[in-house]
Design a protein. Sequence first.
Length: 182
Amino acid sequence: MTPTPPGFRPTHVVPPRGLPAWEAPDPARPTMPLDPLLPVQLVERRGDWGYIRCANGWGAWVDGRRLVAVPQDPPAAGSPDGTADPRPLLARAEQALGDYRAAVEALAAAGLDGEAFRTRTEGLRIGIVIDGESMWLYDPREGRWVYGDGRLVNTFATDRAVTGTEDTGHAPTRLVAPEGER
């Protein structure tokens, strides 16, 4: 497991349908696509290109226009704005992971074929980033990422339309002129 880079603080999430990624700001150099609603940190912009870093330290170039800015920075630990106890969400994530693990075990033991495995795992979805006391957890029932400090969780980003908010552009990005404009 790669450790979370120091200072990782998601500024954006990948759009609900995922996002292609590239090794360099060049469409001829594709890499692994990013999962839907993955929290990322936008580090640099070059025109429409954005260089992102993930919680595990992996980085790639993406179409920066398609990233979804998080609605607010995570609240400080102990914030009175916390909306829920994190334990039920953690229990659901633990159950989904257990269900997936059981399906993998059955597949490995030849108790399932590929189609039965797909059927058994259909709809399972979890996402967790834990960095010390900070936690970002995907809540598939509500279609949102929540931020928690161990006591309470707040909505951090959502895949549902949010009205009355705007992209504040608060992401700590370094703007760099495209190659031809330097």
